[in-house]
Design a protein around this ligand. Structure first.
Ligand code: ADP
Ligand code: NG1
Ligand code: MG
Length: 457
């Protein structure tokens, strides 16, 4: 069936042979036998549409070459044995059916457990097989390229295949979006969707509820370049991410209430907009009319929604945002509606190819970054500096990608200026900030890569 993740015999591209060979060798050293199969799931770069998937709006990512690979075999001991080729990630073992996912200390193996638990529940596995796994990752971690989701997706795929089962790519994407929330972050479904649905050579417009995808052909003559500002932020270890999710939820509920809707039925801007039959432009107008630009205190929110703080915790907060006291509803809502509009415009330009298409796309990327920086406040000084350097080095557009507060920028660069762009960014960001030794893994051109797959041996 075309919709299943491909299961292919392990004939690897030449440049990958050494990597898979090394993972196999490390697996054999650890477990004393050869792996039965490999699972692979890629990270992604989001070209535009930041922090809007969990509000119900479409996004425009593409898979990258960097990925998580798991070499695996089954065991009869009902145990999970998990190792990593990077020895800074310590070995982990637990009963395959009996474990806890720690939300307050999100260590690496907890992301694997998210995939394991999601798959076990989804497939109704009453008797899952024990697993021996060796993991290898090349997605820069905590840098907005979705190393966490690549890991969760790869884990789910491993569990599925080890138990002789199959599941469509769409179901896998939906289920992994849900089960990554066991780690505590209340994200949307962008990362898991592109990891499973990606096709080499094409970016995708991904829409949600229900999950849908369309190929987007990027303009000729430009190359997308990723640059990591080298500041890391683990989204599950802090409340930055969930605070934004919660601000959007509360703003949706206040907008719904202002229009006499039953606000308890609403959690996302997209649902409110649809119910009211508004365009995105109308929705920005409604924000101006209903919300005030100054931050809202928790007591003001409680007063508007006519609930106690305890009730607000139930209707709107997450466990790690219970003590947040100030909510910037106006700015967050304005970002989401205007960013959703930029995604639509970006797709339209890719589809219709007007004159100066690449320049127009670049401008949308620049506006997106400004909105993330100023309205959503999910950038950081190093990332802002890097985006400025990218624009001054010849990028037609540059913006933070992924959740932010550190991590990567994505820039659209005329292919005939790629070499000079890379040189200038190296000098003006990496060397000037004493990060010159990191440039090899931090700055690279990228192409739309392929989606998750199983390789049998
Ligand atoms: P990202 O933006 O990369 O998704 P997150 O903060 O969501 O960042 O997740 C990063 C976490 O994922 C890391 O702290 C680590 O626990 C886990 N992780 C990422 N890559 C690997 C890897 N190669 N091996 C083990 N764990 C990894
Ligand atoms: P990263 O940066 O990959 O952890 C997160 C969310 C996405 C999306 C982006 C911001 C998860 C698993 N991922 O990505 O759903 O909201 O931030 O656009 O929560
Ligand atoms: Mg992540």
């Amino acid at each position: 069936m075309a919709d299943l993740p491909p299961t292919v015999e392990a004939v690897f591209p030449l440049k990958e042979i050494d990597r898979y060979g090394n993972i196999k060798k490390q697996f054999e050293n650890k477990f004393g036998h050869s792996p039965q199969f490999f699972a692979r799931a890629p990270g992604r770069v989001n070209l535009i549409g930041e922090h809007i998937d969990y509000c119900g709006y479409g996004v425009l990512p593409m898979a990258i070459e960097q990925d998580i690979i798991i070499a695996a075999s089954t065991n009869d001991k009902k145990m999970l044995y998990l190792s990593n080729t990077d020895s800074s990630y310590k070995d982990f073992q637990c009963d395959i059916q009996n474990f806890d996912i720690n939300k307050t200390d999100p260590q690496w193996f907890n992301y694997f457990l998210c995939g394991l638990q999601g798959m076990t529940e989804h497939l109704g596995l009453t008797n899952p097989r024990g697993l021996n796994c060796m993991m290898d990752g090349t997605v820069p971690k905590s840098a907005g390229l979705s190393s966490s989701s690549a890991l969760v997706c790869c884990s789910a795929l491993t569990v599925m295949h080890a138990n002789g089962l199959s599941c469509s790519r769409r179901d896998l994407a939906d289920l992994c979006a849900s089960c990554e929330r066991y780690i505590g972050t209340q994200g949307g479904g962008m990362d898991q969707a592109i990891s499973f649905m990606a096709e080499a050579g094409s970016a995708k417009k991904i829409d949600f509820n229900p999950l849908r995808e369309q190929n987007v052909t990027l303009p000729d003559g430009v190359t997308f370049v990723i640059s990591n500002c080298c500041v890391e932020l683990n989204k599950a270890a802090t409340s930055h991410f969930n605070t934004r999710v919660v601000e959007c939820r509360i703003a949706s509920q206040i907008l719904a209430k202002s229009q006499s809707l039953n606000w308890r039925d609403y959690k996302r801007f997209g649902e409110v907009q649809e119910k009211l039959g508004l365009t995105l432009e109308d929705a920005v107008g409604l924000v101006k009319q209903v919300l005030h630009p100054e931050p809202y205190s928790k007591s003001e929110v409680c007063q508007i929604l006519d609930v106690s703080p305890e009730e607000l915790a139930q209707t709107s907060l997450s466990s790690n945002t219970l003590s947040v006291e100030s909510f910037k509803l106006y700015d967050r809502a304005t970002h989401v509606f205007s960013e959703a509009d930029r995604v639509q415009k970006f797709k339209e330009i890719c589809d219709t190819r007007p004159v100066e298409a690449a320049e127009k796309l670049g401008q949308l990327m620049n506006y997106s970054h400004a909105s993330c920086r100023d309205l959503y406040e999910c950038s950081c000084p190093e990332l802002d500096k890097l985006v400025d350097v990218c624009v001054n080095s010849g990028a037609l557009g540059s913006r933070l990608t992924g959740a932010g507060w550190g991590g990567c920028a994505v820039s659209m660069v005329p292919t005939n200026q790629l070499d000079s762009f890379l040189e200038r960014v190296t000098t003006d960001y990496y060397q000037k900030t004493s990060r010159g030794n990191k440039v090899k893994e931090a700055l690279f051109a990228t192409q739309p890569g392929s989606g998750a797959a199983i390789y049998t041996v």
